[in-house]
Design a protein around this ligand. Structure first.
Ligand code: GLU
Length: 476
């Protein structure tokens, strides 16, 4: 059975890199009918941020990345917070002490720092094991750090994303297992936990790739067969030249969802940051992601975070939705002015803007004129490329003809379209002039959905009265 885990440290908000790691692990578990586990790695108390754990759990749930085991849902392999597992680490540490693979670090922090500086001054890589004492103390009372006694050697292994790797003995060192504050290091704790929790696949950031040979050394000492390890490259900023940061506009994940990117679209976007299915396909439903995801198609170079691509994917998902689901999904995004209107009216408005909608939070701006008569905005004409070239008398003339034609028009999208086409011929105007003028008169908005459909939804009397108001304004 596949068992994957997401193991964040509760040190901040849920950024897109974290979501991608979690999503990959979740997809693998769902694909294999396995379990996806949340483990909170809270052993660095200095870096901990109050409330971050709650936020992480809420984020995963809101993202639909539900976990089968975790701090707040339980499971057979708990506790799922590292700070509650100190006895377990101690038990494993004692095993290493017994087998002669751990020892008490005799040095103070300052002494170790001095060794490091000395190595730097002599321009050689610092290795703690060069200072490993002749006789090793195993008399551990917890007040000093406990170190791993490594067995330096060459390693060849295959990372599920990064491929075949090879390192020499010079990267292997005696790292700390348990700090003097009694908490284990990440290096030790994750190996114990992944073993105890029977994790089959580790998916994590590339920053742990360099330490992997050290982990392999520890796995051997503990006689554990390592899980599959997949090191995922970082998400890069849009220019692709550095890691994505808050400064590049990367937001807390939930903000994207609250802005109204549909959840499946967001997951589609995140999954395809560095993964594809080997074809040109870019739009995936969540079920397709589950069916098609595989670690060996995750790219080994960093993927660029392109917000326009996210909007594009979002728009594609929105266009695929049936109007009922779209309407239900958008309920909290409608402008206040729409309260006075019934569901059917709002659904027809939604049908008109569906084609161009990229996220639900755009709804108020795109739809307000369907609900209230906006004030005449003279600038819409005076700044319009074609219309600004015309004399006011000409504008009045064209709009008067339009009004007469529409008055005699039957009111359905099709019939209105026919009338508009006839009007094009009878006035001899270009669409960019005629339709823009009617559009501005009836919407008072710089952008609006296709004209005939909008007029049909607005209804005849309202469309005509708006044209009259525009005519009055022009004549003043
Ligand atoms: N706690 C580590 C982190 O936040 C987890 C790495 C892992 O998944 O093993 O980066």
């Amino acid at each position: 059975m596949i068992r994957t885990r997401f193991a964040p440290s509760p040190t901040g908000y849920m950024h897109v890199g974290g979501v991608r790691t979690a999503l990959f692990a979740w997809l693998l578990a769902r694909q294999g009918n396995g379990h996806f586990i949340l483990r909170l790695e809270d052993t660095d108390q200095a870096r901990e941020v109050a409330g971050a754990d709650e936020h992480l759990m809420r984020s995963l749930k809101e993202l639909g990345l539900t976990y089968d085991e975790g701090p707040d849902v339980g499971g057979d392999y708990g506790p799922y917070r590292q700070s509650e597992r100190l006895d377990i680490y101690k038990k494993w540490a004692l095993k290493l002490l017994e087998s002669g693979r751990a020892y008490v670090d005799p040095y103070t922090t300052e002494e170790v720092q001095a060794f490091r500086e000395q190595a730097q001054a002599e321009k050689r890589a610092f290795l703690y094991r060069h200072h490993r004492p002749e006789t090793l103390s195993t008399d551990w009372d917890g007040s000093k750090p406990l170190r791993f006694k490594s067995d330096p050697k060459e390693y060849r292994w295959t990372d599920a994303v990064m491929g075949d790797r090879q390192t020499g003995p010079e990267v292997i060192d005696d790292f700390i297992l348990i700090k003097s504050d009694g908490f284990p290091t990440y290096n030790f704790a994750h190996i114990v936990d992944d073993a105890e929790m029977q994790i089959t696949h580790i998916i994590r950031g590339q920053e742990f790739l360099a330490s992997t040979p050290n982990y392999l050394n520890l796995y051997e000492a503990l006689e554990i067969t390592p899980p599959v390890i997949a090191s995922v490259p970082p998400i890069m900023n849009e220019a692709g030249n550095k890691k994505l940061s808050k400064r590049d506009g990367a937001k807390d994940t939930l903000e994207y969802i609250h802005e109204g990117i549909p959840l499946p679209a967001f997951l589609n976007f995140i999954a395809t940051l560095g993964w594809n299915d080997g074809t040109e396909q870019e739009i995936f439903s969540v079920d397709e992601l589950i069916a098609k995801f595989s670690l060996d198609r995750v790219q080994s170079s960093g993927a660029r975070f392109d917000e326009r691509r996210m909007q594009w994917i979002s728009g594609a998902h929105i266009r695929e939705m049936d109007i009922e689901s779209l309407y239900n999904a958008t309920s909290r995004y409608w402008p206040e002015e729409s309260d006075a209107y019934d569901d059917d009216y709002k659904k027809s408005v939604l049908g008109l803007i569906q084609e161009r909608l990229k996220k639900y939070s755009e709804i108020p701006e795109l739809t307000r004129f369907f609900f209230i008569d906006l004030q005449i905005n003279h600038e819409l004409i005076s700044s319009h490329k074609q219309l600004k070239k015309l004399e006011t008398t000409e504008l009045i003339d064209i709009l008067t003809q339009a009004k007469t034609a529409l008055e005699n028009c039957e009111w359905s999208t099709e019939k209105i379209q026919d009338c508009l086409n006839e009007l094009l011929e009878s006035t001899g105007q270009k669409p960019a002039v005629l339709f823009s003028l009617i559009r501005i008169a009836t919407t008072q908005s710089p952008a609006s959905p296709e004209l005939a459909g909008s007029l049909a939804v607005l209804r005849k009397d309202r469309s005509l009265s708006r044209i009259s108001t525009q005519l009055e304004a022009l004549s003043q």
